[in-house]
Design a binder for this molecule. Structure first.
Ligand SMILES: *Cc1c(COP(=O)(O)O)cnc(C)c1O
Length: 403
């Protein structure tokens, strides 16, 4: 029996060439500001932060770690996560698979979206060696089977679970009801593919109990099958703390998952998989924005809800940690609470959370927002003509983004 993730599955894979995504390097944000006094937003990668947080996740999670590419698909960010040791990628579409294949040599891509365009599963398998797919309804199974070699494939049945502690319910759209999962697994089994089980609790999950609860439901679904399932994918949802959004440490999640999964009726060579997006992509990126206008308690920035801050429109966290610079030096002193606005003409382009900033803040100052790597770069628009793709790297290992 070959171990998953190794390229010994008999399918030939196209040769991959290593491509470096080049970003300019500055010692720290102070140096960036002094050297360039940027008018447009600059997104700063802290490679040492990505390295440490990614390794921590890889070491702590009791199973295989797939990075959920949708959380941040910027090649320079993918490369950080890859360089720290991640070799498995949860992709939602053929373009994401193609991107990972170009950016992250010798990686394994998983096509984990029940909704696919015609022909894309076939191309994923023949052109990129993809072996893992997902369905959440029998109407999705026949079209998939027509495009792939089932004998060489693993097909996950996606089960709907949700928990009140998630910031966004990701089972409202995809996922079969738990009582329908055994039948779906049987259908997969009959195609000749290897059946496996997947769920996704939500995003920004505030309570490790959500995983324990979902593993309990999975346990039930797996207990009444005439065969044993080898792979259980518990999805993403591992949180990142933000101001006003306190969450337990990731290690708490890992230990809850470790003990709750001990009792699962998996096959002997059974394995857990996780699909963290936020936990891997959030920590090592900051956004350096510029103040365009200041009116009493209002600050207008060159980036907003149509840009890097788009995730704040959902009902999760409301703020990112931040700090202010003037002429490349930290601006400190007495603070007050401010409303922050984006640069577009849309009056809803206001960040939802009030932020404490120095009273003296003024036009031309810069604000750096930390922990902004998740659901930020990947959803920017050029609405009203505001768009920046200026991504740089911070070279000094002692430099920390705002916490
Ligand atoms: C969005 C998503 C993820 C990643 O979620 P995070 O909260 O960013 O960890 C993982 N799996 C699936 C199926 C998703 O839809």
């Amino acid at each position: 029996m070959c171990r998953e993730g190794q390229n010994d599955d008999g399918l030939s894979r196209p040769q991959r060439f290593k491509k470096r995504s080049m970003t300019e390097i500055y010692k720290n944000v102070e140096e960036l500001l002094l050297a360039t006094n940027p008018q447009s937003p600059v997104y700063c990668i802290y490679p040492h932060v990505y390295r440490d947080s990614t390794r921590h996740f890889l070491q702590g999670f009791p199973g295989r770690v797939l990075y959920a590419v949708k959380a941040n698909n910027h090649p320079a960010v993918l490369k950080q996560i890859y360089d720290a040791g991640v070799r498995n990628f949860d992709c939602a579409s053929l373009p994401e698979i193609e991107l990972v294949s170009k950016t992250c040599p010798d990686s394994t891509m998983y096509y984990m979206n029940p909704a696919r365009l015609d022909g894309h599963a076939r191309r994923a398998q023949t052109e990129h060696g993809v072996r893992h797919f997902v369905v959440d309804h029998h109407s999705g199974l026949a079209p998939l089977i027509q495009e792939i070699d089932p004998k060489n494939s693993v097909i996950f049945a996606r089960m709907a679970v949700s928990h009140v502690s998630a910031m966004e319910n990701l089972s409202a759209k995809f996922g079969a009801k738990p009582e329908n999962v055994p039948a779906l697994l049987m259908e997969i089994f009959k195609t000749g593919a290897e059946p496996a089980l997947a769920f996704n609790v939500g995003t920004g999950v505030k309570d490790p109990e959500a995983y324990v609860y979902s593993l309990g439901i999975a346990n039930e679904a797996l207990s009444n099958l005439p065969f044993k399932v080898r792979l259980l994918d518990i999805g993403g949802g591992f949180p990142r703390p933000y101001p006003g959004y306190k969450v337990p440490k990731l290690d708490d999640y890992f230990s809850h998952i470790r003990s709750a999964s001990a009792a699962l009726p998996l096959a002997k060579n059974g394995e857990l998989l996780a699909e963290p997006g936020r936990a891997l992509s959030a920590p090592g990126l900051s956004a350096v924005t510029r103040v365009l206008l200041r009116k009493t308690d209002r600050v207008y920035l060159n980036d907003g809800m149509y840009g890097v801050f788009w995730e704040l429109r959902f009902k999760g966290h409301r703020r990112y940690p931040c700090r202010v610079f003037r002429n490349g030096l930290p601006l400190v002193g007495e603070t007050r609470s401010f409303r922050l606005f984006g640069p577009t003409c849309d009056s809803s382009d206001e960040l939802p959370g009030r932020v404490e900033l120095p009273v003296a803040i003024d036009v031309g100052d810069h604000i750096e927002f930390g922990a902004i790597g998740a659901y930020s770069l990947s959803g920017r628009t050029n609405f009203n003509g505001f768009y920046s793709d200026n991504v740089i790297s911070i070279g000094d290992e002692g430099a920390r983004p705002p916490q």
